[in-house]
Design a protein around this ligand. Sequence first.
Ligand SMILES: C[S@@+](CC[C@H](N)C(=O)[O-])C[C@H]1O[C@@H](n2cnc3c(N)ncnc32)[C@H](O)[C@@H]1O
Length: 261
Amino acid sequence: MSDLYRLAELYDLAFAYRDYGVECDFLEAAYARHRGATPASFLELAAGPARHALEMARRGRRAIGIDRSPQMRAHALGLAAEQGLSLEYVEADLVEFSLDSKVDLAALMLNSAAYLHDNDAFASHLDRVADHLTEDGIYVLEMNHPRDVIGSDPAAESHWTATEGELKLEVTWGEPEDRLDPLTLIADLTVSLAWSVGDRSSLHIGRSRERRFLANEVLALVAASGRFEVLARYGALDADVPFDDDPRAWRMVVVLGKRAL
Ligand SMILES: C[S@@+](CC[C@H](N)C(=O)[O-])C[C@H]1O[C@@H](n2cnc3c(N)ncnc32)[C@H](O)[C@@H]1O
C-alpha cells in the first residue's frame, strides 16, 4: 500500500466531493429492494475516513469500519468523537479480518476492490465478507467502470481540485505514463497531492498499486466463490443508471446477496 493513506486528512478532503448521504440512501435502498427491510447494521470495508459508516451511525445503524491504515482509523474515530457518533473501527486487512458479530449490509466503496491484487485475494475477501453477513446479508461493491480499463474514453476523472476554507488541494490519481500490466491488470499509479494555504505549500507524491477488473471477470469471481449471487448491477450509485456503455454509466456497482451454504 502506498503511504498515501497515512495522509488521512488530505485523503478525506480529496474525496469530499461525494454526497455521502445520497450514497448511503443508495446502499440502504439496495437492501430494501432485495430484502424488504432496513439494515440494522453496516460494515464499511477499506473504510478510510469511514464517511459512509459515520452516516449510517447517524441513521441509528450499528456501524463498523475496517481498514489496515492506523492513520485512517485514528482520523475516523476522531470524526466520530467530534460528531458524537458510535463507530467501531478495526485495523485489519481486507483479505483476513475477523469480527465478533455479523452485519446486514456491507460495502466496499470508491474502487477499493483495486487492492485485492489477485484472484486468491478476491476469493478470500468474498469468503470473509460472507462469513460476517447475516443470513440475508447484502454486499455492495462500487468499482471502476470497465471503460477505465479498456477504451480511449475513461469514465472517471483523474485530476481535480478540492478546497476547504483557504486550503486548496490539487489531486492527480494516475499519470498517462503509468503502465497497466496487460496480464495482471495491475498498475502502479502515481498519485500526487499538492496543497497550498496562502503562501505555504507542499507536494506529496505516492504510489497506489491497483488492480483493474473487467465486468465478466467479476461475474466469474463471484460465481467461483459460491458464497454470493449477483442481484443487480448499476452504472452509478443511482438505481436509475443501468450498467451499460452509456456515458451516464461511469461506475460498475455490483449488488451481491449472500447465498445459503
Ligand atoms: C480509496 S480508499 C477508500 C476509503 C473509503 N471507503 C471511501 O469511500 O472514501 C481505500 C482504503 O483502502 C485501505 N486499504 C488498502 N488496502 C487494504 C487492505 N489490503 N486491507 C485493508 N484496507 C486496505 C486504505 O488504507 C484506504 O483507506
